[in-house]
Design a binder for this molecule. Structure first.
Ligand code: CO
Length: 496
């Protein structure tokens, strides 16, 4: 453990953290800021770190005394933290979605949330033509001149990358149809086919599922232009949050899960609460050939997947006749039932995320799996230049304890080859969100760069931005955030 940023205080329960510290991060974001210079609390901001850290997450969790049933039902709020020659500027703005504007005006929830918020759709399918609230809260990326706030069941919202003002719904230069689902997990191909690209997908699901795989240019004047597009259909319902890419494949895992729409249609449950693991169900791995790759125009390959439920993949790569896929596996779908308060969840009752590696043999159809790390983790990434390649290192958020589920309180750098790990922890009173690894442009070492992470400091009741060195996780800087921000979802780094 390296340099705890917060002084150790005795934890109030045997699990090493105080639930009140953890849950105190949940609040409404009360203010929108424009270019506020952040106060440096400790260390020094590296001068060579220049660019913007964008992040997205729920910013509105309560209206008129009513709380969302799950934070994933909270409206998207974008944070932009700009680094320039050692100075750090902070801006934040809610995405002006149609529903946000209406609910702001009304002062109450007018839409149901997909995760169970009553009257006030994780839309799984366009088949359910019930009013869905596109809450634009899951991810934020830059494509061409557009900053896109993503939510997987509908189109992105386009924002101004400088001042975060909402331009409106984007069809990405005509690529998307009205209300078409567009994943919140695009993958940035660093140049497997000469030029860098953004690869993404949309899924229409029901008794069969159709995946639309799209590749966009990310260079020059063509940036944002759709350059490859294919559709493939598969048997059965699919819940697909993320995927992975290699030079030749786009890889999806169809979790063994069923959707019973009745309680949703009857208004008893949010759509995502109607997902349930299929007993004796068989998960599948779908490998779709990339149009620019060696297997272009061929049919997808389908394999039986190991047991478990996956939201997020770390990375994938090819090795001889094998495709290797690293993913965070849960033993079951973790959901919050209709009568539970998300702020009071018992971590010990929820399955933990375990990083596992699947070896998919394309010749023999054999699947082998091993564990990369059995410590509860989420939000794992490799150096973006190694997307689709065999990477030695990965960075992720982990629980403090080595076994079992717990809140995310540490950043871990894991060597994927030797399985050695090093940590930076802010337990017992601090909590981390998704770490972003920013490679150093002037270095060819895979682990040279920085890790940026927004933390909730329970002792100070404040958010702080932490800058770590990526190679040894040594502390570089702590900056104080002027507003309270609840735990977020995904973010990205855009070089100056
Ligand atoms: Co995600």
């Amino acid at each position: 453990m390296l340099q705890p940023a917060i002084k150790n205080l005795e934890p109030e329960n045997s699990d090493g953290f105080d639930q009140k510290d953890w849950s105190s991060a949940y609040c409404n974001v009360e203010k929108e800021c424009s270019n506020i210079i952040l106060k440096l609390v400790a260390g020094k901001v590296p001068n060579s770190l220049n660019g913007t850290f964008y992040r997205n997450g729920p910013g509105r969790l309560e209206r008129n005394g009513t709380w969302v049933h799950h934070p994933f039902d909270g409206d998207g709020m974008i944070t932009a933290i700009n680094f320039k020659n050692g100075e750090v500027n902070f801006s934040n703005r809610f995405v002006r979605t149609k529903a946000w504007e209406e609910e702001e005006k009304a002062g109450k929830f007018l839409y149901r949330g997909v995760f169970g918020t009553k009257k006030s759709g994780f839309a799984l399918s366009n088949a359910f033509d019930i009013r869905l609230k596109n809450i634009a809260n899951t991810h934020v990326i830059k494509l061409g001149n557009e900053l896109l706030a993503l939510w997987e069941a509908a189109e992105p919202h386009s924002l101004n990358a400088e001042n975060l003002e909402t331009n409106g719904i984007s069809n990405i230069n005509g690529a998307l149809e009205a209300k078409e689902a567009f994943s919140a997990h695009p993958r940035f191909d660093p140049g497997h086919h000469k030029e860098p690209r953004m690869v993404s997908f949309g899924v229409k699901t029901g008794p069969k599922s159709t995946i639309r795989l799209m590749e966009f240019s990310t260079e020059g004047d063509n940036s944002g232009k759709l350059i490859s597009d294919r559709k493939d259909s598969f048997k059965g319902f699919a819940f697909l949050h993320d995927f992975a890419i290699t030079a030749n494949w786009a890889i999806f895992m169809q979790n063994a899960i069923d959707f019973n729409p009745l309680p949703f249609l009857l208004g008893q449950k949010g759509a995502a609460q109607c997902l349930k693991s299929k007993s004796n169900g068989q998960a599948k791995l779908w490998l779709i050939p990339r149009e620019s790759g060696l297997f272009s125009k061929q049919s997808p390959r389908i394999f039986d997947a190991p047991n478990g439920f996956v939201f997020h993949h770390l990375n994938a790569f090819e090795e001889g006749n094998n495709v290797i896929l690293d993913s965070i596996f849960y033993r079951d779908f973790p959901s919050i039932g209709p009568n539970e308060d998300f702020r009071k969840i018992d971590f010990n009752k929820l399955p933990e995320g375990i990083l596992k590696r699947c070896h998919i043999n394309l010749l023999t159809n054999e699947i082998k799996q091993d564990v990369l790390s059995s410590q509860c983790c989420e939000f794992a990434m490799v150096n973006p230049k190694f997307q689709g390649y065999s990477a030695e290192f990965s960075w992720m958020a982990t629980a403090e304890k080595p076994i079992g589920n717990g809140p995310l309180q540490a950043i871990k750098k894991l060597n994927l080859k030797s399985k050695e790990a090093i940590y930076w922890s802010i337990a017992p009173r601090g909590f981390v969100s998704e770490p972003i690894m920013v490679p150093c442009n002037s270095s060819s070492n895979e682990d040279d760069g920085w890790v940026l992470v927004l933390i909730w400091n329970g002792a100070k009741q404040k958010n702080e931005l932490i800058v770590l060195k990526a190679n040894d996780l040594s502390h570089e800087a702590t900056l104080e955030i002027p507003i309270k921000i609840p735990y977020g979802l995904h973010g990205s780094w855009v070089n100056e």
